[in-house]
Design a protein around this ligand. Structure first.
Ligand code: PXP
Length: 235
């Protein structure tokens, strides 16, 4: 299976916002990533707007040539923004004010009706919806019941611990999701070091969304070279 790379350009915006400047531009990064072979551009619009801003969504939507995947929380504010931006895909995530980064997957099992209703609203507008979940049976099953056809598995624990038990969990959740007819993506904390073991353990993961490490590598190698390194690993 060809594995797709989604490049998350949030941290280009993080650098821009650190100075409240006009550069570096996440759209410029997105276009370089696409030219390097990325299949998708991913951004997370957070309630606190610490990196991606509303105007970035408009510009990305106009200019991204591949697919635009916007990660956002299930809030009324985000519903309005997403329905206006109309990206190709929305990945619904959990968000806690003040967190350094996304701390866990969306609790679909615990908020089934709310998540399903939110996904339906976006789906009715022609937006493809995926759910970012922890690799747990209950969350996978609940995602199927919520009516989506794709999940993104949270790889943060694998990235943080390097524990083989986490790889096994991700592989099991992938198989379960596939058996239920769900497409499977993965992301969070993935690097040039921890990506290959995950690809080997869960070959049915078809898409990887990678941001922090890929943009960090770009500081040293350049963005085009960084994207190509991740693509080589995925191949
Ligand atoms: N996927 C999701 C759902 C995320 O929330 C994030 C972080 O915004 C990523 C992927 C990318 O994670 P990282 O920046 O650690 O590669």
């Amino acid at each position: 299976m060809t594995r797709r790379l989604g490049v998350n350009v949030d941290h280009v915006a993080t650098l821009r916002q650190a100075r409240q400047a006009r550069y570096p531009d996440p759209l410029a990064a997105a276009l370089i990533a696409e030219r390097g072979g990325a299949a998708q551009i991913t951004v997370h619009i957070r309630g606190d707007r610490r990196h991606i801003q509303d105007h970035d969504l408009r510009r990305l939507r106009e200019s991204v040539q591949t697919l635009l995947n916007i990660e956002a929380a299930c809030t009324e504010e985000m519903a309005g923004i997403l329905l206006e931006a109309r990206p190709h895909r929305v990945t619904l995530v959990a968000e806690r004010a003040g967190e350094v980064t996304t701390e866990g997957g969306l609790d679909v099992a615990g908020n089934a009706d709310e998540v399903a209703a939110f996904a339906r609203r976006l789906g009715a507008a022609g937006i493809h919806v995926a759910l970012f979940i922890d690799p747990d049976d209950a969350q996978v099953d609940a995602s199927r019941v919520a009516g989506v056809d794709m999940v993104e598995l949270n790889t943060a624990r694998w990235a943080e611990t390097g524990d083989i038990a986490e790889l096994v969990r991700l592989a099991r959740a992938t198989s379960r999701a596939r058996a239920l007819g769900l497409a499977v993506a993965a992301g969070h904390g993935l690097t040039l070091h921890n990506l290959a073991p995950l690809c080997a353990a869960a070959p049915e993961i078809e898409e990887y969304n990678i941001g922090h490490a890929l943009i960090a590598d770009a500081v040293f190698f350049g963005l085009d070279a960084s994207v190509r390194r991740y693509l080589e690993l995925l191949a």
